[in-house]
Design a protein. Structure first.
Length: 134
């Protein structure tokens, strides 16, 4: 699917696809703090102030999020930019953290982890039909 807009910062890139899915590639091979996540959220909101996106979040395998970062992921500021989150997780430690996060800090929007991009896209199409552009 064609990318219609692309923006980012020093450790991430956001790509808006023609179908309305926003891909967030995080290439910080380190700990992702709440401030890092807030930077991404505010950048999305600044570029698209009145739009919710189904997100495909793709952290590099070495990216880990702090507990406070996990809390921020399900916090109220994210309701400004997201309607669903599909995480593309490729490392065992990311999956453990995600399971912990999803069990104890369940977001108010659909959230699920996958091992393949195609699975993420298919699931986002299912759970966020009203946000998908055909």
């Amino acid at each position: 699917n064609k990318v219609v807009d692309k923006f980012g910062g020093s450790f991430y890139t956001c790509s808006v696809r023609k179908d309305g899915i926003l891909i967030v590639d995080v290439f910080k091979n380190d700990i992702l703090s709440p401030e890092d996540i807030q930077q991404i959220v505010l950048h999305i909101h600044r570029n698209y102030p009145n739009r919710l996106f189904p997100h495909l979040i793709n952290p590099s395998p070495e990216t880990i999020t702090t507990y406070d970062g996990l809390l921020y992921l399900s916090g109220p500021e994210r309701t400004l930019v997201t309607c669903a989150d599909a995480f593309l997780l490729t490392s065992f430690q990311q999956r453990i953290l995600f399971n912990f996060y999803n069990k104890f800090q369940k977001p108010k929007w659909p959230t699920k982890a996958f091992g393949k991009e195609e699975e993420c896209i298919e699931w986002l199409y299912q759970v966020s039909k009203e946000y998908i552009i055909k």
